[in-house]
Design a protein around this ligand. Structure first.
Ligand SMILES: [Fe+2]
Length: 208
């Protein structure tokens, strides 16, 4: 467990999420790394690789891999959808940098929501602070803004999931949202999900 962001942790996050190197804007790239480093220091996880590869705690869990496989997979799908839309619709107002940053940060709140220490506390007294107290999209917004990311990226963290049904998603958020749903839907169809983790949650895929 680490409680302070330092150069070693930033380097570790950059190594765990290599797609960050594709972000052209240096400030945006650094803020993505900062948001994930901050997320780890505020949880009991030392690495993104220590987080189970699930959509929600205990549900839709990949048979192989870890949470970096999901984060990177969604980001890579989103990048390709963005590139194809831009190629076939030259006038479309689409920021590739925001798509990559948003893909990498859409689940930045998961270290908080998945943290075994938090879960034990919430499950022991669900009516005290809630269960969970804050879902990963909302906690992700907190982390994004604290790390200095622009509202366009915070919006993707906050609205990529079911919370986004309450507002109008940006184009970049729409792409990441579809990539996220597509990732889990294709993983399920491809036999990549542990059967015992496929439950009622999957029948409401927008909440993934
Ligand atoms: Fe996700």
């Amino acid at each position: 467990m680490q409680r302070v962001v330092d150069a070693a942790l930033r380097a570790q996050v950059a190594e765990e999420l290599p797609e960050a190197a594709d972000i052209r804007d240096a400030t945006l790239r650094a803020s993505v790394i900062e948001a994930w480093a901050l997320a780890l220091t505020r949880s009991s996880y030392a690495s993104i690789r220590d987080i189970p590869p699930s959509g929600n705690p205990g549900s839709m869990t990949l048979i192989k891999g870890d949470q970096t496989d999901h984060i990177r997979g969604v980001t890579r799908l989103a990048m390709r959808m963005a590139d194809e839309m831009a190629a076939t619709n030259p006038g479309i107002a689409l920021s590739r940098d925001i798509v990559i940053a948003g893909g990498l940060c859409h689940d930045v709140g998961k270290p908080w929501e998945f943290d075994p220490e938090n879960r034990a506390r919430w499950e022991a007294a669900p009516r005290a602070a809630g269960l969970p107290s804050i879902r990963h999209p909302a906690y992700g917004v907190h982390l994004c803004l604290t790390a200095g990311l622009p509202e366009e990226v915070a919006h993707i963290a906050g609205a990529h999931s079911g919370e986004g049904e309450l507002l109008i998603r940006s184009l970049e958020c729409t792409i990441v949202h579809l990539a996220d749903i597509g990732y889990w839907t294709m993983a399920l169809a491809g036999g990549l999900i542990r059967p015992e983790t496929v439950g009622a949650k999957y029948r409401r895929p927008l909440t993934l």
